[in-house]
Design a protein around this ligand. Structure first.
Ligand SMILES: NC(=O)c1ccc[n+]([C@@H]2O[C@H](COP(=O)([O-])OP(=O)(O)OC[C@H]3O[C@@H](n4cnc5c(N)ncnc54)[C@H](O)[C@@H]3O)[C@@H](O)[C@H]2O)c1
Length: 145
């Protein structure tokens, strides 16, 4: 079974987060430092938004704002789609495609326990297909050798 837990068992449960009051410049620095394309915005241990490279690209300079004095809460995406550890990878892909999002925070019993990206989901689906192919090859070898 390839689900969100399968992905997190490989990539780890660490999640990079930021406060809604932090400035956009600090969010960009953290994203560059950690090599990630999004940050989960947390307020009092609760997921309140998502800040992504896309938010920055579309909502700062184009709106005459500056990353130095704009707080994350002013441009973050408020509607966050979350998944849980049991969510199948195909369901993550459907959600990402239908809602046009690239990052899904993972929540377990109300707590943030991970994050999956579109890259993670594609990698997992490729690995699942490769496993299926290997099993079929083994079956054919066993049957006809
Ligand atoms: N997913 C990968 O393992 C990976 C690795 C290298 C390059 N890429 C390429 O980079 C591009 C974008 O990649 P992406 O869709 O994975 O998005 P991304 O660049 O945001 O994510 C890269 C990795 O960082 C993780 N990540 C992102 N934000 C995080 C956060 N706030 N906290 C913890 N982990 C976080 C993701 O889960 C993923 O494993 C794609 O073209 C992809 O092919 C992906």
């Amino acid at each position: 079974m390839f689900n969100v837990k399968t992905i997190l068992d490989k990539k780890g449960h660490d999640v990079w987060t930021i406060s809604p009051e932090a400035k956009v410049i600090d969010a960009l620095k953290l994203m560059a430092d950690k090599g990630v394309g999004a940050l989960v915005v947390m307020y009092k241990d609760r997921v309140t938004g998502l800040f992504s490279e896309r938010d920055y690209a579309r909502k700062v300079v184009l709106h005459g704002k500056s990353s130095i004095d704009t707080p994350v809460k002013e441009i973050m995406t408020f509607r966050v789609y979350c998944v849980n550890l049991d969510t199948p990878v195909e369901e993550c892909m459907t959600l990402m495609t239908e809602k046009r999002v690239r990052h899904l925070p993972v929540v377990d019993k109300g707590k943030l326990v991970g994050l999956v990206s579109s890259g993670d989901v594609v990698k997992s689906i490729m690995s699942k297909q490769s496993n299926t192919l290997e099993s079929l090859q083994d079956y054919i070898k066993g049957k006809y050798s």
